[in-house]
Write a protein that binds this ligand. Structure first.
Ligand SMILES: [Zn+2]
Length: 302
């Protein structure tokens, strides 16, 4: 994918806490229905020798005190030209594009989109959903309306999940998390009943977020960002293939088979199979219309 060199980036949509030392020792994945929604089943990385995922729950609430160093990004990432040359600036550009699309889409349907900040962290972070470590993978916290990501996840995708990677593969991950933000704004997430399994509400929520990611991708080269122009100049078939490659490698069955105990147990599905995740991302990218992402209204999830 290529960004337009001349279009301005909006770094205010990203909070960069990397290098601030995180929140110190013992933080935790929010328990007790705090409702953090991730990209993958959360214990995967910890099973593979990462940090412990279940440790005592820390205090809730966002600790904005943990060093707001977005100023560095604002110096580093000024235009699409920076996005074409620096990885973290590319992510800023992608976040701008995703939110540009949803701002536009919401206003078309008479609603107001509320922008969500993405926090880049390293190691651990405190959120409105409790503390979390990088083990949970990228996630969205409905309680504070923010996306959180330790960028080392993108390396994990390649080294542990065997993904090809690439900027557009990363864009799919971010667009999926923003899909959860959209669900939160629309009230969809509130209706989800807890539980796992191939037709569970949780799987339907995740597949819808994949579909919303595809819908954004359909519009990515045309939708203006706050500067008034589209930031993304082109997306290739290879880019789309790389996003689909990631979707396949974070499917529940793929993870259970290749990163778990080797057996596929559908009753434990929380995000959908590889095939389903590819199917719904593709449905979104083909239609470009969020109403086609009705994973709750269909019997056939794929
Ligand atoms: Zn998700």
């Amino acid at each position: 994918m290529e960004f337009d060199d001349d279009v301005a980036l909006d770094t205010s949509q990203v909070q960069d806490t990397r290098g601030s030392g995180g929140v110190g020792g013992r933080v935790a994945l929010g328990g007790g229905g705090l409702g953090l929604v991730g990209l993958i089943v959360y214990f995967v990385l910890s099973q593979l020798g990462g940090l412990p995922a279940s440790v005592p729950l820390s205090t809730g609430g966002v600790r904005d005190g943990q060093s707001l160093s977005s100023s560095d990004l604002s110096k580093e990432c000024r235009t699409g030209k920076d996005a074409n040359t620096k990885d973290d600036c590319a992510l800023v550009a992608i976040i701008n594009s995703i939110q540009g699309y949803w701002t536009d889409q919401f206003s078309r349907s008479g609603r107001t989109y509320e922008p969500a900040t993405t926090t880049f962290f390293s190691g651990s972070v405190n959120t409105g959903c409790g503390g979390a470590t990088a083990d949970v993978g990228p996630f969205y916290c409905p309680a504070d309306g923010r996306v959180y990501i330790d960028l080392s996840f993108f390396k994990e995708l390649q080294t542990r999940f065997g993904a090809q990677g690439g900027t557009f593969a990363e864009a799919y991950v971010l667009a999926h998390e923003y899909g959860h933000h959209v669900q939160n704004l629309l009230g969809t997430s509130d209706k989800v009943r807890p539980g796992t399994g191939p037709t569970s509400d949780g799987v339907r929520l995740e597949l819808q977020a994949d579909c919303y990611a595809g819908v954004w991708a359909n519009h990515a080269t045309t939708v203006p960002t706050s500067s008034g122009k589209p930031l993304i100049k082109s997306i290739s078939q290879d880019d789309v293939n790389r996003a689909l490659d990631v979707a396949a490698r974070i499917g529940d069955d793929y993870i259970q088979k290749n990163l778990g105990n080797g057996r596929v147990d559908e009753s434990q599905f929380s995000h959908g199979s590889s095939q389903q995740r590819e199917k719904w991302f593709t449905a979104g990218i083909n239609s470009g219309n969020p109403t086609t992402c009705d994973t709750f209204g269909t019997r056939n999830l794929g």
